[in-house]
Design a binder for this molecule. Structure first.
Ligand code: CP
Ligand code: NVA
Length: 300
């Protein structure tokens, strides 16, 4: 039987994703109560990181341990991947030894090639195209704090990057409106932008007007650091600050996948303010991914 993979949100149906999100909230409660829950005893997660990480690494590693399993951290510096062993060979070997693989890499093609040769589920831990695990945590957090996201309006401010593209997928699947406030040259190239439910607007105020959720991310993602200065200039009008938040709905929430650059894409005031859900959002990486691991490995 072909394993289930999680390379983009579209690898699951809306119903399956909602089930994962419900389970994530349950697992948050179980964890908070201190109740042991170890359905993955003896299972091993291999984690390939070709880019830096704090949240993704720690949440997957802690999550596997809490579920009774274990995780192995693999970087190109100390595996043969870094010396040119093909992805297809690595996939065939690793997937005979571990039960599930998570990959963080630049080219999305790397995860699809790995998955094509893997006997076990493969999870996208971030590529230049998508960050679906973060969207699970974001959606869980929004639903826990504000209820159903269907029919709501989300404003994305800044770069049309991997996170933005995953928000486009999420808007299609979960049926919410998405206004992307972005300079034209950094707008996401994505067929999901239909000009109705999902729009790109140049004016940041228009993007956030009456929005229920305002989201941003760094202006220079990993791998784009060389463009830092030109991006600072281009994105400055899209900073999420108190003046911009004032145009959103009164009870609008603010989210950021972190790491955040204070006083670049978001002011410290907004990041640390009462509308910000960023710390619960970060914590939910743990619970959402535990629910995802249960879904992929146990079919629950
Ligand atoms: N948000 C997120 O994926 O964080 P890390 O880069 O620290 O994993
Ligand atoms: N867009 C950011 C997300 C980091 C979690 C990046 O790719 O660097």
């Amino acid at each position: 039987m072909q394993p289930r993979h999680f390379l983009t949100l579209e690898d699951c149906s809306a119903e399956e994703l909602l089930g994962i999100l419900r389970r994530a909230s349950e697992l948050r409660r179980v964890h908070t109560e201190g109740t042991p829950h170890e359905p993955l005893r003896g299972r091993v997660l291999g984690m390939i990181f070709e880019k830096s990480s704090t949240r993704t690494r720690v949440s997957f590693e802690a999550g596997m341990t809490q579920l009774g399993g274990s995780a192995i951290f693999l970087s190109p510096r100390d595996t043969q991947l870094g010396r040119g062993e093909p992805i297809e060979d690595t996939a065939r070997v690793l997937s005979r030894m571990v039960d599930v693989v998570m990959i963080r890499t630049a080219a999305h093609d790397n995860v699809t090639r790995f998955a094509a040769y893997s006997r076990v589920p493969v999870i996208n831990g971030l590529t230049d195209d998508a960050h679906p695990c973060q969207l699970l945590a974001d959606l869980q957090t929004y639903i826990e704090h504000r209820g159903d996201i269907r029919g709501r309006t989300v404003a994305w401010l800044g770069d049309g990057n991997n996170m933005c593209r995953s928000y486009i997928r999420a808007a299609q699947i979960f049926d919410f409106g998405l206004r992307i406030g972005c300079p034209a040259e950094y707008a996401p190239q994505d067929s999901g932008i239909d000009g109705e439910r999902i729009q790109v607007v140049a004016d940041p105020v228009e993007a956030v007007r009456d929005a229920d959720l305002v989201v941003t991310d760094v202006w220079a993602s990993m791998g784009f650091e060389d463009e830092q200065q030109q991006r600072l200039d281009a994105f400055r009008p899209y900073q999420v600050n108190a003046a911009l938040m004032a145009h959103a709905a009164d009870d609008a929430a603010f989210m950021h996948c972190l790491p955040a650059h204070r006083d670049e894409e978001v002011t410290a005031e907004v990041l640390e303010g009462p509308q910000s859900l960023v710390w619960d959002e970060a914590e939910n990486r743990l619970h959402a991914q535990k629910a995802l691991l249960e879904f992929l490995l146990l079919g629950e």
